[in-house]
Design a protein around this ligand. Structure first.
Ligand code: SAM
Ligand code: DTB
Ligand code: SF4
Length: 343
């Protein structure tokens, strides 16, 4: 084969634009994407990513557990369930001053989104009233607000929206047919109902899942199909790698193959092209090179701050260095530059 033939081959195999089918996605179609040669999949995901996020910025979202532990649900992955002996001490809802201090510190460190998590099955009316005060206060700092409080009634979603809630996080976690292996105190349909209430109230949806819970490849494909077929699909998609916490039923799960994790990110990007795909829990065990591949695959958001809810996360300094090494800019830096400010 001469040089011209080689050039021809390369040209023929270089897509200039990837047309993403609008869905609905079948599990088989998702599985076929997951099974592609890794380099082809990465190339396709990166092409889709650049079409929809030409700035290539990374969103920094900081988490705070505003009500920790003692949860009546039995989610097999979760250190905050009262059913498991994980050493997590139950604490009551935090006061507004303390939450505001944490949010201000997150903002000062460069985060643009602040997500408040509560270990509730479902908040009561008085809980929602108190969280609404927290949301108003954080919103007043000029940050995007997110909350994850468990199942919501429609009127709760409206109250949270009125308080200034931008995003509600409620994960589907895995495929419907594997869900009962992971939790049996609520159903998949309960999760879908809350997502529908959040959507109807005009709050943006943050919804993703966890890999590494002993699921089969078809369950990973099933999770992505569920997420991508939500109409519309979520604005934020957190992809968590299980943090294996001693005392939880899933503590001894087989770790996920890093390339399989990268594939999940890539297929999330391809099937939900305009979503912020968040490289979420599990980064401490991941290493810089795998995280870089995840960004290549289309992840454009991370949890930023030394702690997730009760478990650890990479230090802020390590993340700042990682982004710098990779030449990636955070979302705030991009906004500041756009405004003509000094970055
Ligand atoms: N109680 C609320 C609920 O379950 O919706 C909100 C808090 S809950 C801790 C939020 C999400 O964190 C879960 O849906 C799950 O996806 C994720 N999560 C919890 N424990 C995890 C772990 N050990 N590893 C990875 N992700 C985890
Ligand atoms: C999400 O998808 N992951 C975050 C956030 N949404 C609330 C929680 C991760 C929790 C990891 C274990 C812990 O620290 O409790
Ligand atoms: Fe409770 Fe949420 Fe943990 Fe499940 S994931 S046990 S609902 S805090």
């Amino acid at each position: 084969m001469g040089a011209n033939d080689l050039q021809q081959t390369i040209t023929l195999h270089r897509p200039t634009k990837v047309e993403t089918p609008p869905g609905p996605w079948t599990v088989e179609a998702i599985q076929a994407l997951l099974d592609k040669p890794l380099m082809d999949l990465l190339f396709e995901a990166q092409t889709v990513h650049r079409q929809h996020f030409p700035e290539g910025d990374i969103e920094l979202a900081t988490l705070l557990s505003v009500k920790t532990g003692g949860c009546p649900e039995n989610c097999g992955y979760c250190p905050q369930s009262a059913e498991f002996d994980t050493g997590v001490k139950a604490q009551k809802l935090m006061e507004v001053d303390e939450v505001l201090r944490a949010a201000q510190a997150a903002k000062d460190a460069g985060a643009t989104r602040f997500c408040m998590g509560a270990a509730w099955r479902a908040p009561k009316d008085r809980d929602v009233e108190k969280v609404a005060v927290l949301i108003e206060a954080v919103k007043g700092l000029g940050m995007q607000t997110c909350a994850t409080l468990g199942m919501l009634e429609p009127h709760h979603a409206h109250q949270l929206k009125a308080a200034g809630l931008d995003y509600y996080n409620h994960n589907l976690d895995t495929a419907p047919e594997y869900y009962t292996d992971i939790v049996d105190t609520r159903s998949y349909q309960d999760r879908l109902d809350t997502l529908a209430h959040v959507r109807s109230a005009g709050i943006s949806v943050c919804c993703g899942g966890i890999v590494g819970m002993g699921e089969q490849p078809v369950h990973r494909a099933g999770l992505i199909a569920q997420l991508a077929n939500l109409n519309p699909y979520p604005e934020s998609v957190p992809i968590n790698s299980l943090v294996r916490v001693p005392g939880t039923p899933l503590a001894d799960s087989e770790p996920v193959d890093p390339f399989d994790f990268v594939r999940i990110i890539a297929v999330s990007r391809i099937t939900m092209p305009t979503a912020r795909v968040r490289l979420s829990a599990g980064r401490q065990q991941m290493g810089d090179a795998v995280q870089a591949l995840c960004f290549m695959a289309g992840a454009n958001s991370i949890f930023y701050g030394d702690k997730l809810l009760v478990t650890g996360n990479p230090d802020v300094d390590a993340d700042v260095q990682l982004l710098r090494k990779l030449g990636l800019r955070s979302r705030r830096t991009t906004a500041a530059e756009e405004a003509g400010a000094c970055a």
